[in-house]
Design a protein around this ligand. Sequence first.
Ligand code: AG3
Length: 282
Amino acid sequence: MKSAMKLIENWFSERYSDNLQLSFRVMDQLLSVKTDFQRIDIFETYDFGKLMSIDGTVQLTERDEFVYHEMITMVPSAMFKGRPKKALIIGGGDGGTATQLLKLGFDHIVNVEIDGQVVEVSKKYFPEISKAFSDSRVRLLVEDGIKYVHNTDEKFDLVIIDSTDPVGPAEGLFNSNFYKDVRKLISNGGIVVTQSGSPFYQPKALALATSAMKAVFPNVATYTAFIPTYPSGFWSFTVASDAELKAADASWLPDGKYFNKEILEGCFRLPEFVKDLIKESK
Ligand code: AG3
């Protein structure tokens, strides 16, 4: 008898709504682990290399992580007067943000990640992206970022909130009490930035981040980037500062693979529906 060959296709999907999802065809599932905080999955995909998802939402892929990590570090760095040197990262357990900051010449980085398993998994499956964790300029603390910002009195030029969506462990990061504590930690002219979701699929995330920051800082601005593997591909970040928010003389900043001087200007130009969202958030 001829043996029947069965062709199996495996797919990982992130749900954007009840009626829409983005699916990645995968070669293999490399890991699925439930931690004290969330579920982490790693897939080997056909189009995007290795992919990490947390609670079913894409956190990073090897192929497009550069967009997110450049944009969350280089835009706020370009707005800092002078050369920023000290940074605090809340979240960012994959190490991509810290690794990018080292490339920009930061010499003191504190990275506070609540879930130690995100760090361990990233070291194993994303060694290039997470390599900052073996650099002496980076201090990794596995603890609650909300408590950390409440208790520390260190000062930073840049505070980066590299979090998951505002549900689960990251919820308290989209909150004005959190930003009140953050404000005490920024140096003169210091800048705070957070990822603030997809304006199209997660308007609440952007509205929450904007309101939380506006309650505490006089200057708040939103910028966007194209990140193919995040919901709708159109992603927002929100910056805040006591200082005026404008591009400083950032001639020291190199071009990245996404970031350049034109992007720095262009990324703050917003579609009307995004402006409306921000206007409505007090
Ligand atoms: N931080 C997560 C961005 C949120 C993605 N959301 C989603 N896919 N629904 C990125 C971690 C990279 N350091």
